[in-house]
Design a protein around this ligand. Structure first.
Ligand SMILES: Nc1ncnc2c1ncn2[C@@H]1O[C@H](COP(=O)(O)OP(=O)(O)OP(=O)(O)O)[C@@H](O)[C@H]1O
Length: 590
């Protein structure tokens, strides 16, 4: 939690001025009962009207100055807390961006969203209140006690006993509720997660008539959060009645003792009123302090969660520009090489890739095929270094991928993933993610290769057509074509299409492959596909089965010597199997 203090550094002045002005306000608050006592003991007792009026204006003046101090304190506290929260949120966002996929997979998106939003808001709230009230309340409590001593020592002892008793009660209740606040935030994570899942999957939920189950699931989770909140609320609600009972007992004793002192002539009536006022100020401040501590507890729990994210170190380090040696590209150096690569996802029991070795020469097209879950996506995700393998090495242009800067990998590799992700904005804005300096001509060229010309031309405004969030105003196939175009705008040396033509019809898929093949230069292309037709023409095909490389070679080679490939092929072209059988039988008869 202390680690978050750095984000307040820039607001040092505000963080000092806010409590300082609050303390000034307290001084005026503490003087009010003294002035009231004077009004009673001098003005009223001696029937001195002009004195009463004079003191009345003094009270108004004190209230005015107190109010100005309070406003100023509020201003500085708000400035510091809002600025702090903005910096913290930005730092978290930047940090999350720097984490590797391994950490992101482990933490999960939902908790990251709650921590980035609700948790940061709670910390901001806690800081704002803390800056204003954390010093004010104890200062009023202690100040009231000191003022009581200046009035009457015998009565002041009641304050000395009452205050610690009240403190113990308040803090005991707080200690019980602190751990519960963390549970409440975790419950909130769960509700956020379910909300997101249900809202993004609403079409599937309706298609499968799962509304009732979804509502029930949400209700269960929400009920649990409510139960926790109620429990914490009840404990916190105990504070007021308990503190009021204690303070009222103290007030009764105070009035009893003070009455005796007045009768003995040691005290005046106005001073009794002043002591009573101080007792009231104490209870008001203690209740404020109690709710402040509740807020601070909540925000400390949230601050811990925020600090937890900031403390996560990326398991992947990148070399920087200075450390990076210039590429020494030589002829006949493979564009991509896997050397006995084994990879297991964090938390997964079994490896998703086992001892994979192959190489792809510059300009080659590499097809990757295999059953579902055989490791195709995992394999290609190691090329742009989304993950690091536990064993073996991945090389690009003869250099280990760990020797590249993050930027240089980004420039070299263009990847189009299975799920098309587009962002709110124009088509042009989205495609310029590939290269922000790309001209409209470059963009149209990429669109043409990606077979998206008709799509874009059919939209009002063409490149200026506005996409909604996640590109939801486009069809699946249209989105896929645009994501392919976005990768092509970058003109990458290595292009990876991870089953990204799955929503395209056969003719478009074929035209896309032909257009990519016809590109100038030596772009190495990886085509991941479930369809043999999609990779048949590739220079080399990698066949994956259960994370292992079952075979590699051209289509013809694999048809001769790779059983897994033959199985896939004949399952997709059963008539070929039949023809094969007929040929074989005919040969046999001859
Ligand atoms: N983020 C992840 N965390 C843990 N395990 C994962 C993760 N992603 C994939 N896996 C596991 O790794 C294995 C390979 O998955 P991968 O996505 O690479 O398969 P694939 O061949 O691309 O499948 P498909 O054709 O269905 O997309 C699977 O068993 C899968 O459950």
């Amino acid at each position: 939690m202390k680690s978050l203090a750095v984000y307040l550094k820039e607001y040092k002045k505000e963080s000092i001025l806010a409590p300082l002005f609050k303390l000034l306000e307290v001084v005026f608050d503490l003087l009010v009962p003294v002035v009231v006592a004077q009004i009673i003991d001098v003005g009223v007792a001696q029937d001195n009207r002009s004195y009463v009026v004079q003191m009345f204006f003094v009270l108004i003046l004190m209230a005015g100055v107190g109010l100005a101090c309070s406003f100023t304190a509020q201003f500085f506290a708000a400035k510091a807390s809002c600025g702090f929260a903005a910096k913290l949120r930005q730092a978290m966002f930047d940090h999350i961006q720097s984490l590797s996929f391994t950490e992101l997979d482990t933490m999960g998106t939902d908790t990251l969203i709650t921590r980035l939003t609700d948790d940061v808001n709670q910390v901001q709230n806690g800081l704002n209140l803390g800056l204003r009230l954390l010093l004010r309340s104890p200062f009023v409590v202690l100040g009231s006690m000191v003022m009581a001593f200046t009035i009457n020592v015998k009565c002041a002892w009641i304050f000395v006993i009452a205050i610690p008793v009240l403190f113990v009660v308040v803090f005991s209740i707080m200690l019980v509720s602190i751990p519960l606040f963390k549970k409440v935030q975790n419950g909130l994570d769960q509700v956020t997660g379910l909300t997101r899942e249900n809202l993004t999957g609403v079409r599937v939920i309706r298609a499968f008539c799962r509304e009732e189950q979804s509502v029930e699931e949400f209700e269960d989770s929400s009920r649990e959060l409510t139960r926790l909140n109620l429990f914490v609320g009840r404990i916190s609600a105990l504070l007021n009645p308990v503190t009021y009972v204690l303070i009222n007992i103290a007030t009764i004793i105070l009035i009893d003792r003070a009455g005796i002192q007045v009768n003995m002539g040691n005290m005046q009536q106005g001073e009794v009123v002043a002591l009573y006022n101080y007792m009231l100020q104490i209870i008001v401040e203690l209740i404020k302090l109690a709710s402040l501590i509740i807020t601070l507890n909540k925000s400390m729990a949230c601050a811990d969660r925020v600090a937890g994210i900031l403390a996560v170190k990326s398991s992947m380090t990148y070399v920087n520009d200075e450390m990076r040696q210039k590429e020494k590209k030589q002829n006949h150096t493979p564009a991509v090489k896997f050397d006995h690569v084994t990879f297991t996802y964090a938390g997964a029991g079994a490896p998703s890739l086992k001892d994979i070795s192959f190489q792809a020469m510059p300009g080659e097209t590499i097809g990757i095929i295999g059953g579902t879950g055989s490791g195709k996506s995992t394999l290609v995700s190691l090329i742009p270094r989304f993950y690091d393998p536990q064993d073996g090495q991945v090389y690009m242009d003869g250099e280990n991928v760990t020797e590249y800067t993050r930027k240089s990998i980004g420039e070299k590799v263009g990847i189009v993933q299975q799920r098309s992700v587009l962002f709110q904005g124009s088509i042009r804005d989205n495609l310029k993610w590939g290269d922000e300096n790309a001209t409209d001509e470059d963009i149209w060229k990429a669109i043409e290769i990606a077979q998206a010309k008709e799509v874009v031309e059919g939209k009002p405004g063409k490149l200026d057509f506005q996409l909604e969030q996640n590109g939801r105003n486009l069809s699946g196939g249209q989105k896929q074509r645009l994501t392919i175009a976005r990768a092509l705008v970058k003109k990458p040396e290595i292009l990876i299409l991870d089953d990204s033509a799955s929503a395209l019809d056969f003719a478009t898929d074929a035209a896309l492959r032909k257009a990519i093949h016809g590109l100038e230069g030596k772009m190495t292309t990886f085509l991941v596909s479930q369809r043999v037709a999609g990779i048949k023409q590739a220079d080399k095909i990698l066949v994956l089965g259960n994370g292992e490389l079952a075979g590699q070679g051209t289509h013809e080679e694999l048809m001769k010597n790779c059983e897994v490939y033959q199985e896939i092929y004949y399952s997709q072209f059963p008539e070929e199997k039949l023809r094969e059988k007929i040929n074989y039988d005919e040969k046999g008869e001859a």
